[in-house]
Write a protein that binds this ligand. Structure first.
Ligand code: GTP
Length: 423
């Protein structure tokens, strides 16, 4: 059997809720648990027998960081990886249709489509087993998971037939409650999915034929959820495979902390060697902690639970870090304390300074509790308490407190801040 996978990586206009972190690096390459978000996708793909190629589709200009990621991941996973660039944002299905010849080259039996902005313990093999025995002509299996009634309104909602798991009704971000089964943004498709994609493309062409050339929308712009899944519901061609394993979207910086915690937890089984251990001459480690081998961490530092220390970071005496991600090249001077925060690339935190955020995770101790999507601002325009994010190349002086704040890159702070966006 020949399989492929497509990862939809979006482009520079996407990922705005991830700022300021996405100002420095394309969001799909933001490191979670020590590795770029889509590294975890490729790793899951590489484990599936018969999966020979991963195609990244997006509208970023090809760039060094993307090229480096591809070269490194190809070597590590011994799988072919390519980037195909859309000429404009074609939506979540337009790029798939546009690059159909490349996707179908070598006649794959099935192909996965994965949104880049999700994380999880992806059950790809289980989806394959489920999809293969569905009636001939089935177009697609969607990975679904259970959310609360309130959460479901933010996602694609699925009503299934309990006996067959056929999708009977699909609504993207409904205004009122439809179902607690939500779309995880991971699909397994048969090549026949190109039939409805072609129908949609031709419909767009026809609609645009008589419109003004300058204002007509691009005919190749197709949204998988609204344009394909909605009309296909109850056609017998669309199924849902439900998982109860860890899954979450990564839309906000707060979600990156949540994803970090869960990927570190998965390492216990998948990569125990990546987790730091206690020992003489080493910092004290509590729970799951990843420390890049190049980081210099003083033995009196206390780290964890759920901490990632990236490449070339320097942590001085008595530093305390909990539930946080410290990005490449950051320097944490003696006795500073970092809680529920992300510290940007090459940022310096002074002695005895305290950086603290508020997790938007309702129950960090419940292993698979889903993340609440909390808006950045309250109805009266105030900043909702959130994790603290310090952008790249920021200088934070000694002996200050930064609480529930977002600091843009290249700042030199001079005092304490609480509940602020520092532009
Ligand atoms: P929002 O809540 O508005 O973000 O919507 P959503 O959760 O449904 O996500 P959206 O459909 O915007 O994106 C889902 C995934 O598809 C993300 O990984 C995006 O990066 C990717 N994506 C979105 N639009 C495009 C596009 O035009 N081209 C490509 N290649 N990828 C896209």
């Amino acid at each position: 059997m020949l399989l492929k996978a497509i990862i939809l990586i979006g482009g520079p206009m996407k990922g705005t809720r991830f700022r300021p972190l996405s100002l420095e690096t394309p969001k799909p390459l933001f490191p979670v648990a020590g590795f770029p978000i889509i590294h975890h996708h490729v790793e899951a793909c590489a484990k599936v027998k018969g999966l020979k190629e991963v195609i990244l589709i997006g509208f970023y200009q090809p760039n060094d960081s993307l090229n480096r990621f591809i070269t490194q991941a190809q070597l590590q996973f011994k799988i072919q990886i390519r980037y195909l660039q859309e000429y404009t944002a074609l939506g979540t299905a337009g790029g798939i249709y546009h690059f159909r010849d490349q996707i179908l080259a070598g006649t794959p039996d099935y192909f996965f489509i994965m949104n880049a902005d999700v994380c999880g313990d992806f059950p790809l093999e289980d989806m394959l087993e489920f999809h293969r025995v569905k009636p001939t002509g089935t177009f697609c299996t969607i990975l679904g998971t259970e959310a609360t009634r309130q959460q479901s309104l933010m996602y694609g909602c699925i009503v299934e037939s309990k006996e067959t798991h056929e999708i009977m009704h699909y609504v993207e971000k409904p205004e009122t409650f439809i179902s607690t089964i939500i779309n995880c943004g991971i699909y397994l498709c048969s090549p026949t999915i190109f039939e409805p994609l072609e129908v949609e493309f031709k419909k767009n062409l026809e609609q645009n034929y008589n419109s003004d050339y300058l204002t007509a929308p691009c005919s190749e712009m197709i949204r998988m959820e609204q344009d394909i899944f909605v009309p296909l519901a109850s056609s017998g061609k669309l199924y849902v495979y439900q998982t109860s394993k860890f899954w979450s979207q990564i839309k906000s910086a707060g979600a990156a902390i949540y994803a970090n915690r869960h990927y570190l937890h998965l390492y216990k089984k998948s990569h125990p060697e990546r987790l730091a251990k206690n020992g003489p001459g080493k910092p004290q480690v509590i729970g799951d902690v990843y420390i890049h081998p190049s980081a210099q961490v003083d033995e009196t530092a206390v780290l964890g639970p759920n901490v990632t220390i990236s490449k070339n970071c320097v942590l001085g005496e008595g530093v305390r870090v909990r539930e946080s991600v410290i990005l490449e090249g950051a320097v944490l001077q003696d006795h500073c304390c970092i809680l529920d925060s992300i510290i940007g690339w090459n940022t310096q935190i002074g002695n005895w300074t305290r950086i603290e955020g508020t997790p938007n995770d309702p129950n960090p101790n419940k292993p698979f509790a889903k993340l609440e999507a909390i808006p950045t601002f309250t109805n009266d325009g105030k900043l909702n308490p959130s994790i603290t994010v310090i952008g790249s190349d920021v200088q934070v002086p000694s002996e200050v407190i930064i609480l529930n704040s977002i600091v843009l890159p290249n700042k030199e702070l001079s005092g304490c801040y609480k509940n602020q966006i520092i532009l």
